[in-house]
Design a binder for this molecule. Structure first.
Ligand code: PMP
Length: 364
């Protein structure tokens, strides 16, 4: 037998795929490892998906996703032509890297900039598309220093709040970066996967910055990780660029069920505001209790906390929690090796988590 990699082209050989968090099947864990929302989607979303599960499934969906884009545009106070729909924001991000950041092969030498500790999919896309990139170290307190991004670049991308740290930049700090990169005609992408849990959205800045693109997901704030829906908002020119790349892959990235559910979700902001305020309140309570137990907690504006307990390694704490049926995320390298990212679950989930943390404190 010829080993399979013989048939792989250079791109396949050289890519370094993203590893998603564990989705266990064999045991009932309290799942605090992939930043899913612990509360159910809006009943209106379920009803819309059920209604869409009918004989029209034999027809292709609307490739322009018109109704969903109009609903999202209304919700965010923009035009439908400023909304780009996708099969989860990971897919939207893959298209963003392909559409706006230049490849080394095309002669680009200025690197795309992102933090050294951030969403670990960014370097994966950069490598796949052969985009030169440079990581900028976070400050000692894990915050992003906006001034570090006022330099020549191939573009800038980071989440606000950042992941896995949870820290957020203010709009005035982001404006500084946008102003600088706008003068150089570079695109700045703000990934707002977690903004609904407590950071200011950059959407109100869009009128001032044709180089600003903001990426959203319904996976976390709309309890729809299983539906795979996300979207970007930006100037009509950027959105057209994304459609050019998408339509060079697959014109039907959002299926009829996803379109129906996503539309109902963006139309039911009142339901989700309530849910997400509850999660933010739980985050504040859990952060305070962890601090009282002697844990270090990075101040978070997201639906997770990034924590460390001095005297116990990240691996040991991860293993201890797992033994007690609690799954969290551990990025086991460099400066993050002793930290765990803990998604905010229900109050009951978090009490179970805190119980294990309390015992950890007693043993140390
Ligand atoms: N951006 C960030 C910062 C994330 O943490 C995630 C979730 N892993 C995503 C984007 C992707 O979310 P989804 O593909 O579920 O929309």
């Amino acid at each position: 037998m010829i080993p399979v990699p013989v048939y792989w082209n250079k791109r396949t050989q050289n890519c370094s795929p993203y590893v998603p968090g564990e989705q266990p099947k064999d045991r009932a864990f309290i799942k605090l490892n992939t930043n899913e929302n612990p509360y159910p989607p809006s009943p209106k979303v379920i009803a819309a998906i059920q209604e869409a599960a009918c004989d029209t499934l034999r027809l292709y969906p609307d490739p322009l996703c018109t109704e969903f884009r109009e609903a999202a545009a209304k919700q965010y106070g923009v035009k439908a032509e400023q909304v780009f729909p996708g099969n989860g924001s990971d897919e939207v991000l893959a298209f963003v890297f392909g559409a706006f950041f230049e490849s080394a092969a095309a002669g680009e030498s200025a690197p795309l900039l992102f933090p050294d500790i951030t969403y670990s999919f960014y370097p994966v896309y950069a490598r796949l598309w052969d985009i030169p990139c440079k990581t900028i170290p976070l400050a000692a307190d894990f915050s992003i220093n906006a001034e570090d991004y006022l330099v020549p670049s191939g573009g800038v991308i980071f989440p606000n709040p950042n992941a896995p740290t949870g820290t957020a930049l203010s709009l005035s700090q982001i404006r500084m970066i946008l102003d600088w990169q706008k003068k150089a005609d570079r695109v700045v992408v703000i990934d707002e996967a977690y903004a609904a849990f407590g950071a200011d959205s950059v959407v109100p800045l869009l009128g001032d910055y044709p180089n600003l693109l903001t990426v959203h997901t319904l996976s976390k704030s709309a309890s729809l990780a299983g539906l795979r829906t996300g979207f970007a908002i930006g100037s009509a020119g950027l959105i057209e660029g994304l459609f050019r790349i998408r339509d060079s892959f697959n014109s039907y990235t959002m299926d009829r069920l996803a379109l129906a559910g996503a539309r109902a979700a963006v139309e039911d902001a009142a339901y989700y505001d309530k849910v997400n305020k509850k999660i933010a309140a739980t985050r504040e309570r859990v952060s305070a209790e962890l601090l009282a137990l002697g844990f270090e907690v990075i101040p978070s504006r997201a639906n997770f906390v990034f924590i460390r307990r001095r005297g116990i390694s990240g691996s040991d704490l991860f293993a201890r929690l797992r033994r007690h049926g609690i799954l969290v995320r551990h990025f086991n390298s460099g400066r993050t090796a002793d930290y765990l990212r803990v998604s905010i679950g229900t109050n009951q989930d978090m009490d179970a988590f805190l119980d294990v943390c309390k015992k950890t404190g007693e043993q140390k």
